[in-house]
Design a binder for this molecule. Structure first.
Ligand code: ZN
Length: 339
């Protein structure tokens, strides 16, 4: 959770929902996977506990108008006319969106969209950040030298080492990141890796037949790039084209069409000028970041704001209208990336 996200949640605890509602503007919210139970939150960071997710979904149902993503263009034309409009979406394409999340949302009749990373749907290969976390939390104690990242030494408390290591990892160009990831997996060892992959089935991705099954149940399918990696300034133009144009072609082939995009990670340092221009040039109508804001803030339809749902959300009815507070920062960032 970002610093501005934490501040908003704190503030939302003090604002009466009725007052916040008066400030309402349309907004986009996202989650990742939903699991019946979380075993290790250091690894299963992308998943909501099913009971907590159900409580969040019920709050959305009771307080907002959750709309299908197909209505986004209309809402953006006159945001002030849709103060309670919300768009709900899930990123990455975890198998448990079909197994758990879809049933909960269907029961409450809440429409949602799913953004899949096509390489992972094609191959079943796990999210590189999840694999890095397996190395960081389950490799034996010791000192490791990782290509393009440097030395990492594990002692008793790994959390601080892990977060610093992951920041350096995420800054790498995709080809260097793959070399570093291979070294992490080699250090972990194949037997240990297989054992951990059995232990955390939450991290498995959908296959295309399962994505089509969700589409048949009314879920709109968008692109979350090809390989799940930041589209930051370290990446090459060819790679950005594959991430945008390539992913869209792959989804069109399997699903029929693909109009929307969501940036992996999607924070200010994960999206470059070249990245959003590649998204625009690939023919997407809209794209979502993970900066806070409401859907009337800023002008660039390929850099829309979106709020990541926390594992628990006590004051969501007050928090969503307050997302507007992020629009100034969002507009300044959009301007910086425009030039
Ligand atoms: Zn993602």
């Amino acid at each position: 959770m970002s610093r501005s996200g934490r501040m908003l949640r704190e503030l939302a605890g003090w604002v009466p929902p009725a007052l916040a509602r008066a400030f309402g503007r349309p907004a986009a919210l996202f989650f990742h996977g939903v699991e019946p139970a979380i075993r290790d939150p250091r690894i299963q960071r992308n998943h909501h506990d099913a009971a907590q997710f159900r409580a969040i979904a019920r709050t959305l149902k009771e307080n907002f108008d959750v709309l299908p993503l197909a209505a986004l263009g209309e809402v953006l034309k006159a945001p002030e006319c849709h103060p309670r409009a919300l768009f709900l979406m899930s990123d990455d394409g975890y198998a448990n969106t079909l197994g758990v999340a879809a049933d909960i949302l269907e029961e409450l009749r809440l429409p949602w969209a799913l953004f899949v990373s096509t390489h992972h749907i094609d191959t079943g290969e796990w999210n590189p950040l999840t694999l890095a976390r397996l190395f960081l939390f389950y490799a034996p104690d010791g000192r490791y030298l990782m290509p393009h990242i440097g030395a990492v030494e594990f002692a008793a408390q790994r959390e601080a080492v892990a977060s610093e290591f992951l920041e350096r990892f995420k800054a790498l160009a995709a080809d260097k990141a793959k070399a570093a990831l291979n070294a992490m997996l080699a250090a972990l060892g194949q037997a240990r890796l297989f054992e951990l992959m059995e232990r955390f089935p939450s991290e498995r991705f959908l296959n295309w037949a399962q994505v089509r099954a969700l589409q048949a149940r009314g879920v709109e399918i968008g692109a979350h790039a090809h390989w799940h990696w930041p589209m930051n300034a370290a990446q090459s133009p060819d790679w950005l084209r594959e991430q945008t144009r390539g992913a869209r072609a792959r989804i069109a082939e399997e699903i029929g069409n693909c109009r929307h995009f969501a940036y992996p990670f999607g924070n200010a340092h994960d999206v470059s000028s070249q990245a959003w221009q590649a998204v625009r040039d690939a023919g997407y109508e809209h794209a979502f970041t993970t900066l806070s804001g409401s859907l009337d803030g800023g002008a660039n339809p390929w850099l829309l704001p979106r709020y990541g749902l926390g594992s628990q959300e006590a004051n969501l009815a007050a928090l969503v209208p307050l997302l507007r507070a992020g629009n100034g920062r969002l507009a300044r960032w959009q301007n910086r990336l425009a030039g």
